[in-house]
Design a protein around this ligand. Structure first.
Ligand SMILES: [Mg+2]
Length: 188
């Protein structure tokens, strides 16, 4: 029997946000994730006239060089990979810096093949248009990215999505998961 397919998001699902640290460094501030309860785009805190400079610098230095992997993500994905057909699905186009985004594809690809050598690079899907995806299971921290055709949809808890209630999510056929341990309990 064919294995079920599972699409796993990358940023804020497998690795912590790459923006908080970079924004703090750029602005010389000490923001924490709690300051962005309703805001997915942490970079929106940067004054508009400085955003181009921020993104130019952001794309020029590999933001995944110092990124933190979310607890248990690697171990659980390795186990999921034995039971399911695992796809990593991630947007790479910076919405306000498309001309510089080619490097983001390369940075993510390099990080993935180095950190997850057991995954097939043939199953890396780099797109910002996740609503067109379909399969059996999807895990993502961004609600809009769960709009595709899937039998099971999981919202990975993150700083920006805490406001959605269990009932909000239930109405959309989505279940919240708070950790990779919880994902392991459900899917393994
Ligand atoms: Mg994400």
């Amino acid at each position: 029997m064919a294995k079920q397919t599972i699409m796993i998001d990358f940023d804020d699902t497998i690795v912590e946000s790459i923006f908080l640290q970079r924004v703090n460094r750029f602005l010389n501030t000490c923001y924490t994730f709690d300051d962005f309860k309703d805001e997915y785009y942490i970079d929106n805190i940067i004054p508009k006239d400085k955003r181009e400079q921020f993104f130019a610098e952001f794309c020029d230095t590999n933001p995944y060089f110092e990124v933190k992997i979310i607890e248990d993500a690697k171990e659980v994905i390795q186990k999921l990979n034995q039971k399911y057909e695992v796809y990593i699905c991630s947007g790479c186009v910076m919405y306000n810096m498309p001309s510089k985004s080619a490097q983001i594809f390369a940075y993510k690809y390099q990080f993935l093949i180095k950190t997850f050598p057991f995954l097939s690079p043939q199953r890396f899907v780099f797109t910002n248009s996740k609503h067109v995806l379909k399969g059996d299971i999807i895990i993502d921290d961004y609600l809009d990215n769960l709009a595709g055709e899937f039998k099971q949809k999981y919202l990975f808890s993150s700083y920006h999505n805490r406001r959605f209630t269990e009932q909000d999510l239930k109405n959309l056929g989505i279940k919240r998961v708070k950790s990779w341990k919880e994902i392991a309990e459900i899917l393994l």
